[in-house]
Design a protein around this ligand. Structure first.
Ligand code: 5GP
Length: 142
């Protein structure tokens, strides 16, 4: 497996070199909205540690990301009046990974509404800003 690239897009977002529509942050994780959402409220949960994917992340960081993903899933259910949540996580090219900093997709879903194809639609910044606010407000404390 290649080494972690510190110049990947999500590393730049963590360092504040690129903007994001932030939903949640603590000392070990960051949550922001996907710019090409597959459904409204599509969030990405990432560790702040430099992990390429599930194959090299420290188990404790992975556990923390999973805990935060659960909170984001609950928030998505409330904020987007969802009927369910899709959680996805891809590893290496063969596994469907495009950005090589570990991330968990948390996607609120409505009954009978298919997800948009990946990378098919870039959402307007003002819509993402509003949705990030809504999701942040719905985050449970634990
Ligand atoms: P994956 O690596 O899991 O296949 O997908 C990477 C995800 O990152 C895609 O859903 C894509 O829309 C999202 N993405 C790519 N570039 C950016 C970006 O600059 N900002 C944000 N917020 N999401 C991005």
């Amino acid at each position: 497996m290649p080494d972690y690239d510190p110049n990947n897009i999500f590393a730049k977002i963590i360092r504040g070199e690129l903007p994001c529509h932030k939903v949640y942050e603590d000392d070990r994780a960051l949550v922001f909205l996907d710019i090409m959402p597959r459904a409204p409220g599509h969030a990405l949960v990432i560790p702040k540690s430099p992990a390429r994917n599930i194959l090299d992340v420290a188990p404790d960081d992975l556990a923390h990301v999973a805990q935060i993903a659960q909170r984001v899933a609950k928030a998505g259910m409330r904020a987007f009046e969802a009927d369910g949540v899709t959680v996805q996580q891809f590893n290496e090219n063969a596994g469907g990974q495009v950005v090589f900093h570990l991330h968990v997709h948390v996607i609120p879903r409505k009954d009978g509404v298919p997800m948009k194809p990946a990378a098919s639609y870039k959402e307007k910044p003002e819509v993402l800003a509003e949705q990030a606010k809504k999701l942040a407000a719905a985050m449970p404390s634990v």
